[in-house]
Write a protein that binds this ligand. Structure first.
Ligand code: GLC
Ligand code: CA
Length: 589
């Protein structure tokens, strides 16, 4: 293979060329003034999405749920959360998407259910219930109590959960512990039990596929198979009672078997509304190695079409367990190497990749990778957009990204944050600070949350300059951003040089030059430069050169000789210099 091997052998597929747009139902559009986004709100905005030029709409969970984790805790797969609407509202959204030639995918959240799901209620009702083994139940361990004397009860393992604390909760009724990798209200389903798997296929998958959806975003896709029997993780965080234990529940021994079964029994029996294949994209955390990722996305394995890999989202985050919100400064070369790693991943394999820098679990990209200051936010939004639009892989945009939405202002107090993960990390940091175990922890975690909390992405969408940014006439469940008058879709629709207009233009350009942008091979230039990100994309004899200035200072621009300027994020590109946060593409045939 030549150093810039083109991916001519990468089979063209509709879902590789499509742009996906993620909707977070609670925060997209409220139709009835109760302060919460809803399905009629989404329905009213399908034409907006079609005009943006995206191809697939992904709706985050709108299923029935007690909303402990914003719908990622499902109490009934076959119903809609009532404040969002009804099943027939969903049917209307599905038809409207298809009428606008958009496909639609839903979140498949089947690592766990809510503790309010009928399955869990049954499972918990007695040790002999037929659904007992649909979840993981284990007896307590008893150890010497050095403080009180006698014996004390401890959980089956010392694992740390995602949202701080341990992974086991004691059930008084049946006197056993149940497992939850996330919140205690999200018990893990036991995929070892065949009846349980079959019920998942029927209820979470076939029910919605029969209604005509075109695929799934598969939540926490690599955690269904646990290492059994359960065992303690080694102590790597001596300050804590709870230890990172991913090797016990991530990429476990039967995971590939389970995903293949899901395909064979369910997905392979359906097509998208237009007869094309369904699409699946998995959420693949804690899998840093390309070989590990390839096992899920290799075309010949027929598991998942693609996955979200999280190297980029981890930039600036501390250790994923415990230290996640302990901000770690980073430099541009790290970002470039990560992009290179996942661009090159597809060049020598039959696996595909995804391109994204926002979703509902992260801070806004302008604040994390660009510059949210008033004079730079639009410029950096456009530069970041160009970065994504020129990369190989399937492009995913998150609601509000297309208008340059920002993180919540730093002045906002912690009481404006609502997310269970933010709350738990904050509470834990306060404890660690006050007890003197880690006296500056609180301060560090507050700073990390201000930059990276999941809450930032969940602020109401800014539709226009009216009260609450036009999201709701009532009191929104999360406060609307102070800047909705300056940053909103309506005013940007009218301005030819707005961030929104830029996104529309870039999506057309990406389509027009999809050979080089979507399928082209990646070549990183000047990797150690801490200010600019410059790369080439190659496809046959065609080359694109992408030059991005990640700073607020002008930077020298080199290497564009004999190439034609295709686009610049500034009205006037200057010879030999990249203006602050400018992005440019040159092309040569
Ligand atoms: C995924 C979701 C996240 C959720 C978690 C538990 O990571 O993206 O929002 O909290 O799964 O379901
Ligand atoms: Ca509503």
């Amino acid at each position: 293979m030549s150093p810039h091997a083109t991916n001519l052998y990468h089979k063209r597929e509709w879902w590789k060329e499509a742009t996906f747009y993620q909707i977070y139902p609670a925060s997209f559009k409220d139709s009835n003034g109760d302060g919460l986004g809803d399905l009629p709100g989404i329905l009213s905005k399908i034409p907006y999405l079609a005009s943006l030029g995206v191809d697939v709409v992904w709706i985050s969970p709108m299923f029935d749920s007690p909303q402990k984790d914003m719908g990622y805790d499902i109490s009934n797969y076959e119903d809609v959360y009532a404040p969002y609407g009804t099943i027939s509202d969903m049917e209307a959204i599905i038809s409207s998407c298809h009428a606008h030639n958009l496909k639609i995918i839903l979140d498949l959240v089947v690592n766990h259910t809510s503790d309010q799901h009928a399955w869990f209620k049954e499972s918990r009702s007695s040790r002999s219930n037929p659904k007992r083994d649909w979840y993981f139940w284990e007896p307590a361990r008893w150890v010497d109590d050095d403080v009180e004397g006698g014996k004390k009860r401890i959980p089956p393992t010392n694992w740390r959960s995602y949202f701080a604390g341990g992974t086991w909760t004691w059930d008084e009724g049946t006197e056993e512990y149940y497992l939850h990798l996330y919140d205690s209200s999200q018990p893990d389903l036991n995929w070892e039990t065949e009846d349980c798997r079959k019920a998942i296929y029927d209820s979470a998958m076939r029910f919605w596929l029969d209604k005509g959806i075109d695929g799934f975003r598969v939540d926490t896709v690599n955690k269904y198979s646990k290492v059994l029997p359960f065992r303690d993780a080694p102590i790597t965080d001596p300050k804590s009672e709870w230890q990172p234990a991913a090797e016990n529940w991530c990429n476990g021994p039967r995971i590939h078997e389970f995903i293949r079964e899901m395909n064979e029994e369910v997905l392979s029996k359906y097509t998208a509304f237009d007869g094309l294949p369904l699409v699946t994209v998995g959420e693949l955390s804690l899998t840093p190695e390309p070989e590990g990722v390839l096992r899920y996305v290799s075309a010949k394995e027929r598991e998942l079409d693609m996955v979200f890999q999280f190297d980029l989202t981890h930039l600036g985050q501390g250790d994923g367990f415990g230290g996640k919100y302990d901000f770690v400064p980073w430099k541009l070369p790290e970002l470039k190497r990560i992009v290179e790693k996942w661009q090159c991943f597809i060049e020598s394999t039959d696996g595909w990749t995804t391109v994204f820098n926002e979703n509902h679990d992260n801070g806004r990209s302008i604040d994390r990778f660009g510059n949210g200051a008033p004079e730079w936010r639009e410029k950096s939004a456009k530069m970041l957009a160009l970065w994504l639009a020129a990369l190989a892989g399937t492009l995913f945009l998150y609601q509000g990204q297309e208008i340059g939405m920002l993180n919540a202002p730093e002045e906002w107090g912690i009481e404006e944050y609502k997310d269970v993960e933010s709350m738990n990390h904050h509470r834990e940091a306060v404890q660690l600070s006050e007890s003197g175990v880690d006296s500056t922890r609180k301060e560090r975690v507050v700073k990390g949350l201000q930059l990276m909390a999941r809450d930032h992405a969940r602020l109401p969408f800014q539709w226009n300059g009216s009260v609450n940014g036009g999201f709701s006439t009532g009191k929104p469940w999360m406060r609307a951003h102070d800047l909705y008058k300056e940053i909103n879709a309506e005013s940007q629709k009218k301005e030819a040089d707005s961030v929104l207009s830029w996104y529309k233009q870039l999506l057309r350009l990406r389509e027009e030059h999809k050979d080089v942008f979507i399928y082209g091979a990646f070549e990183l230039l000047d990797p150690e430069n801490v200010s600019t990100f410059v790369f080439r994309k190659h496809y046959g004899d065609k080359t694109a050169l992408v030059a991005l200035n990640f700073t607020s200072e002008p930077q020298p621009a080199r290497g564009m000789d004999y190439m034609t300027l295709l686009i610049s994020s500034y009205a006037k590109a200057k010879e030999g210099v990249l203006q602050p946060y400018e992005g440019r593409v040159y092309i040569k045939y």
